[in-house]
Each structure stands twice: as structure tokens, then as C-alpha cells.
Design a binder for this molecule. Structure first.
Ligand SMILES: [Zn+2]
Length: 606
């Protein structure tokens, strides 16, 4: 009991509620890259505004590159987890020192005066000489030296396709402080969070590099490098983004296309093996952006760049790095997924370490809809675009290794439980809401959610309330079960009796998670009757379809439910959740069918 109470109080705190304030930062950075050593020197001025009601005495920064050294938390985690990410495995511990990543902060000044600071792995702590009061700003000046790691996970030099620089999580980045407090997770290679900020970044590289970056290119200017060789300063500016990433390679070529006023750039290495795929990709990417603009809401920035780099696909504001030597279908799939992140990671920007399913899950949901639109198969018009997510979640549930979605992204026991939870169960959570509030209302509510919560870092309760406002239903129970437990849905048609003009159907809840139910009766003449059975605790029901009958509310405490209706002749079958909207972990017991060649009075489920 005590343990249960503790868990409840923690989770209530984690759900939180939008407090109406957010921190702000404005970065002005200049970095000079030494491509012979894969090192760079950096300097920045960052103006940080404390919009919180709290007095701050210190601030924290991420130093992600420090993860790429033997013995780092990322290295140890990767070697000790039971199912390591194959892209990392034991690669970090094997790196020669010249290929490690590091960031060494040399000086920190606060409002022009030197400040005390301490590097601790991937986190830098800076003590503020004076308390930063609510509503006040402070100016930091940092000088640092960094070594870019050999590309392993997301970031680094010379990825496996030969892209020279994949520069993500590459600069000292202020940690987010919000109504939960500080988010100073040591980096172990998973999710990100950030403060809304403006960036003005100058990158010095030798002449001849092509670049793509967050933001919009402001200028390129010739400037000598410290070694006296000719170089170029690439300057980019970005407004109201949570991060800044870039990639560079001497062989990059670029195509661009306009979508609803947004410039979509596609940048990849000139390579006859992949050029035609990337040209074809630009058309798909344009269609995808237009589709998601309509399906979720308008993309808010002037540009979006899809660039070859990294170690798979990873989303950053206004840019994604994807590996480029893929089949066209795979290229489109990864692009659509990462692009869809622009809405949920880039603009809505939930804390994806705490609520990974609100980023990866919602993104996967939008991706599946978009892919179904791009690759609509006339042979299977009714195929559920989310089938893969349902299958993967149910398989994981049945394996017994599922972990609840409230788990912090870094702390799942296995990579698999994290992956299936965040991506598949997160996608199921949204799609299955269609069974509760109706798919049309859910779609509309997702658009309202985006509209109301873009640029606000919402949490689960904000999402839940948006769904409740849209549907006028109470949905606490749905989110409690889906987020806080690993209970699953399993309903059954237990028995059907059809005699004296009356059909009596016994339904059973065999799984722990309650859900409203949809019963489909198919009569001998091929006609259907549909009954919708809401839960008492919903305090209402979804809009009924034409001809659909409303059943009595089902109190969740009852395991069984009896439905009686007048018969329209002989029955062919009685089916629960015929549209497949529910993640019912055993569909075998969802239908009772009748053999019309025999007498029909009653059937029992197995
Ligand atoms: Zn993703």
C-alpha cells in the first residue's frame, strides 16, 4: 500500500500542469573548426531570462561531447544494458584518444565577472555570483575548446557514409528549468529537451564546405583561418528554437523546393548511386510537409533541411540528419518520421525525456498517417496504417517485459521496452483514443492540441485536458491505465443466445484495462446492427454513427455485461471492436460466429 501511494504521488507530480511561464535564452556563438585535428574553439554570449517565479542561484549546461569517452555514463550504460544499441555497443570504450569527444570550458563570466564553474561529465554547473531573480536576465560569456568525437551516435566526424561533420549536441547548451525544476540528465544517448531560444551562429571552416543548419543562412564571408589558410565564415540565424544543429561536407550538393511558403532543402553528397533517390525524395518530402501541415497544423519556420549525416535519422529544429544511402522507400520513411518530429519535438516540444511517448509516439502516429497517404495501396484501402504499432506493442506486452510509459526515457531497463513504449504504445495511445472519443473528433482534437500548445512545452495533463475539452468526456482513467500501468485491453464475446426474437449477448472484460465497447451484429441477410457501450466513468459517450444504438453504460467494476436486443432474424456473427481501434491483446475471443447450416440458439466462447 505504501509503495502504491508513493508511486501515485510521484506520478501526479510528473503529470504537472502548464504554469504559464518558460525560460528564454539568446545565444550568440562563434566557432573556428580545425579540420586536421577535428577540434574547434568556441566562444559565446548567452542572455538567459528567468521567467520563473523562483530565485536561481546556479545554472546548468549540457556538454554532450563528453559522453564520447571511455568510462562515460553513456559508455558504461551501453556496455551494461542487456540489449545494447548496435550503433553504440562497445565502440566508445574502443575509441583511441584522438577520436574521443570532449568539451573543455576555459572561462565563464557572468555579467562581465568571472564565475565559479564545475564540469561533471556531460553537465557543467555554473554558480551565479548574485541570485537571479524572477523576471531578470543574466549574460554569460563562455570560452571553450572541443574535440569532435569520431561519429558513433548522432554526432561526430566521418560517419559511415563519409559525411565529414554531423554537428549535433555540439555546443554548451543551457539545461531547461521549468515547473518541474532543473533537467540535468547526464547524457546517455537518448532524448533531449531545451529552452526556447534565438541563435546567431558563425562557423569558420576551410573553403569549399557545403553546409546545412538550423535556421536560415544569413551570410558567407571569406576569412583566413588561424593557420593562415583561406576559410569561410558561415553565419546562420534561428528564432524560437530549442536547439541548433549543423552538418558540413565538401561534397554536399543541394536541391530546394517550396512547400506552402516554406523552403525545403535537401542536401546530400554528390554520388551517382544516390542522386536520383534524393531527387525523388524531394517530391515526397514536399508532399509529406503539405500533408502534415493539413493533418496537424502549419509548420511555423521559414525553412526545413533534410541533410545526409548522422547514424540513422535524428530530428533537430528546422533540420534532420539522416543517413542517405538507402532505398527510396526507406529514405522517404525516415524523412517523414523526422519531419513529423518538427511538430511534436520541434514546435510543441514536450520534455521528451520525461514524456517520450508524447514525442516519439505522436510523431510515429503522424508518420503512419502520412506514409499511408504517400503510398496509398488501392489493393488494401482499409488497411490500418497503425497496424505495425499495434502488433509491436501487443507483442511486447505479451512478452512480460513491458515497462510503463511514465518511465524516464533514460531509465527503461531495456532499449526494447523504451522503443516499443515510446514509439509503438505512444502511437497506439493516440490512435486508440479513436475508440473512446471517435476518430474524427480525435483528429480535430490533435489539431487543436497543436494549435494551443505549440511553443509551450506541454505535459501529459495538458494533452489529456485538450482531449477532454474536445470530447466532453472524462479521460483520467484512460491516461492512468495507458501511462502508469502495463495493464492491457482484452474484451471477449462470452456467449450469444438468439431465441424467441431476442438476442442476449454476454460480454466479458478479461484484461485489466477498461474500455468502451463497440458491438457489431451481422445478420443472415448481410445487414448489421451496431451498439456502442460507454463506460460509466467517461460521463458521456462519443458521437454515434448513423443507425448506431447506445447501450447502457458499463461500470468498470463489473467484469461482465449483458446486452439484450430484438433479433432481426438469424445471426452470422457478433464481433467486438470490428474496426480494430483497440489494442486488444487477444482478438481470438472478440467474435462468435454461427454456422447458418445448423440450428442457432446459443454459442459460447472458448
Ligand atoms: Zn523519432
Amino acid at each position: 500500500m505504501l509503495a502504491a501511494l508513493c508511486a501515485l504521488s510521484i506520478s501526479t507530480n510528473v503529470i504537472g500542469q502548464y504554469p504559464g511561464w518558460q525560460q528564454e535564452v539568446s545565444y550568440d556563438m562563434e566557432v573556428v573548426v580545425d579540420t586536421s585535428m577535428h577540434q574547434y574553439s568556441g566562444s559565446m554570449t548567452a542572455v538567459y531570462t528567468n521567467n520563473s517565479p523562483e530565485h536561481l542561484t546556479k545554472v546548468f549546461w549540457h556538454l554532450f561531447f563528453n559522453a564520447f569517452q571511455p568510462g562515460s555514463m553513456m559508455d558504461v550504460r551501453s556496455r551494461s544494458i542487456s540489449d545494447p544499441d548496435r550503433r553504440v555497443g562497445s565502440r566508445i570504450v574502443k575509441l583511441p584518444e584522438s577520436e574521443w569527444g570532449w568539451q573543455k570550458v576555459a572561462t565563464v563570466q557572468v555579467n562581465g565577472k568571472p564565475a565559479d564553474f564545475k564540469e561533471d561529465g556531460t553537465i557543467l554547473e555554473v554558480v551565479l555570483p548574485k541570485v537571479l531573480k524572477p523576471g531578470k536576465s543574466v549574460t554569460f560569456e563562455l570560452n571553450w575548446q572541443a574535440q569532435v568525437p569520431r561519429q558513433i551516435r548522432r554526432s561526430g566526424w566521418m560517419n559511415k557514409e563519409g559525411v565529414e561533420y554531423s554537428m549535433t549536441q555540439w555546443y554548451p547548451k543551457l539545461c531547461e528549468f521549468d515547473h518541474h525544476g532543473w533537467h540535468t540528465n547526464p547524457y546517455i544517448g537518448r532524448e533531449f529537451h531545451g529552452i526556447w531560444g534565438d541563435f546567431d551562429v558563425k562557423i569558420h571552416l576551410p573553403q569549399g564546405y557545403g553546409l546545412g543548419a538550423t535556421g536560415v543562412q544569413h551570410s558567407t564571408q571569406a576569412a583566413l583561418l588561424p593557420n593562415g589558410l583561406p576559410g569561410t565564415v558561415h553565419r546562420y540565424k534561428a528564432t524560437n528554437v530549442i536547439d541548433f544543429a549543423w552538418a558540413a561536407d565538401p561534397d554536399f550538393i543541394e536541391e530546394s523546393i517550396d512547400v506552402d511558403g516554406v523552403t525545403l532543402r535537401l542536401i546530400h553528397q554528390a554520388n551517382p548511386d544516390i542522386d536520383s533517390n534524393w531527387t525523388a525524395l524531394s517530391e515526397y518530402a514536399a508532399k509529406a510537409m503539405a500533408y502534415i501541415n493539413k493533418d496537424v497544423g502549419q509548420y511555423a519556420y521559414p525553412e526545413y533541411t533534410v541533410i545526409q549525416g548522422g547514424d540513422g535519422g535524428m530530428e533537430y529544429p528546422m533540420i534532420t540528419l539522416i543517413t542517405g544511402e538507402r532505398s527510396l522507400r526507406s529514405l522517404v520513411g525516415v524523412t517523414v518520421h523526422e519531419m513529423a518530429h518538427s511538430w511534436f519535438q520541434g514546435m510543441v516540444a514536450t520534455n521528451e525525456s520525461l514524456h517520450e511517448w508524447m514525442d516519439e509516439g505522436f510523431t510515429s502516429w503522424a508518420e503512419s498517417r502520412c506514409m499511408a497517404h504517400l503510398f496509398a495501396d488501392p489493393m488494401t484501402p482499409d488497411e490500418n496504417p497503425h497496424k505495425w504499432a499495434y502488433t509491436s506493442y501487443i507483442k511486447q506486452h505479451l512478452s512480460g517485459n513491458e515497462e510503463p510509459l511514465i518511465t524516464h526515457a533514460d531509465h527503461y531497463k531495456t532499449n526494447r521496452a523504451y522503443g516499443v513504449g515510446a514509439y509503438s504504445k505512444g502511437e497506439v495511445l493516440v490512435e486508440q483514443l479513436g475508440a473512446v472519443m471517435g476518430p474524427k473528433m480525435r483528429d480535430e482534437a490533435m489539431r487543436t492540441y497543436f494549435q494551443n500548445w505549440a511553443f509551450k512545452h506541454p505535459g501529459p495533463n495538458d494533452f489529456k485536458r485538450e482531449m477532454e475539452r474536445a470530447s466532453d468526456l472524462e479521460l483520467d482513467w484512460y491516461f492512468q491505465y495507458m501511462m502508469h500501468t502495463t495493464d492491457a485491453v482484452d474484451y471477449a464475446v462470452e456467449s450469444v443466445v438468439n431465441e424467441d426474437g431476442v438476442v442476449t449477448i454476454e460480454l466479458g472484460r478479461r484484461g485489466n484495462m477498461p474500455m468502451p465497447q463497440d458491438v457489431l451484429l451481422t445478420w443472415e441477410d448481410g445487414s448489421h446492427s451496431r451498439v456502442h457501450i460507454p463506460l460509466v466513468m467517461m460521463r458521456g459517450h462519443r458521437p454515434l454513427e448513423e443507425g448506431e444504438v447506445l447501450g447502457m453504460d458499463w461500470p468498470w467494476v463489473d467484469v461482465n455485461y449483458t446486452l439484450e436486443m430484438s433479433a432481426k432474424g438469424r445471426l452470422t456473427s457478433v464481433t467486438l471492436d470490428a474496426d480494430g481501434l483497440q489494442a486488444d491483446v487477444n482478438r481470438e475471443n472478440n467474435t462468435i460466429s454461427f454456422d447458418l447450416s445448423r440450428d442457432q440458439e446459443s454459442r459460447q466462447a472458448n
